[in-house]
Design a protein around this ligand. Structure first.
Ligand SMILES: [Zn+2]
Length: 123
């Protein structure tokens, strides 16, 4: 379960978004791009061209990243969403990539959705 949670965090998937069926198929988003898995999240593929988006096995863990669909930029070298950058005292954050409202998770664990429109300005 921890592995799955970690994977979900990396792909910016929240508990509510996952719709696993019995065959291990699920759909979600990665940086605003639609992705799917057919093996319970071991391999994720981009829906538009079936290219690999992420591999997550015990031997191999790799993300084949794409630019954020909202701002068109790759994450910063430190791994932050380009349109958010580094935010102090925050555990994790996501701009929403034009699909979701963005959010930040404070060190305390408190989850805060970013107000609608706060990231409207094109970066
Ligand atoms: Zn962005």
């Amino acid at each position: 379960m921890y592995q799955l949670k970690l994977r979900m965090a990396r792909l910016n998937i929240t508990e509510n978004d996952k719709k696993w069926d019995k065959a291990g198929y699920s759909e979600s988003y990665h940086r605003g791009h639609e992705v799917y898995t057919a093996d319970n999240g071991t391999h994720w593929y981009y829906k538009d061209n079936n290219e690999l988006a992420e591999v997550n096995t015990t031997e191999n863990s790799k993300i084949y990243d794409r630019p954020c669909k909202r701002c068109g930029k790759m994450p910063t070298r430190e791994g932050y969403d380009y349109c958010l950058g580094k935010i102090e005292n925050v555990d994790s954050a996501c701009c929403g990539h034009g699909v979701y409202r963005g959010y930040v998770v404070l060190r305390s664990g408190k989850y805060i959705r970013l107000p609608r429109g706060i990231l409207k300005k094109k970066v």
